[in-house]
Design a protein. Structure first.
Length: 79
């Protein structure tokens, strides 16, 4: 699926992400997104929580903005 739209930024650089795109990515109020500037393009991705230690996205224990997977928690607990 390809969706392309033109939006104007306001004086503070804000613009609305169209509903069609929010729905396609599963972005709801409060969802974290990552913006990446690469050359002349900006990529917007729904942020997927991952383990701060190994990068895994499974069995996460989330505390605020930080996440650690169960495997790493168990490894730390054995120290
Ligand atoms: Zn981990």
């Amino acid at each position: 699926m390809k969706i392309s739209m033109v939006r104007r930024a306001d004086a503070l650089g804000r613009m609305v992400l169209p509903e069609e795109i929010r729905n396609a990515l599963g972005i709801a109020e409060g969802t974290s997104v990552r913006l990446t500037l690469d050359g002349g393009r900006v990529t917007l991705e729904k942020e997927t929580p991952q383990c701060a230690l190994c990068g895994s996205t499974e069995n996460l224990c989330v505390q605020g903005e930080n996440a650690v997977c169960e495997k790493c928690v168990n490894s730390i607990a054995k120290i």
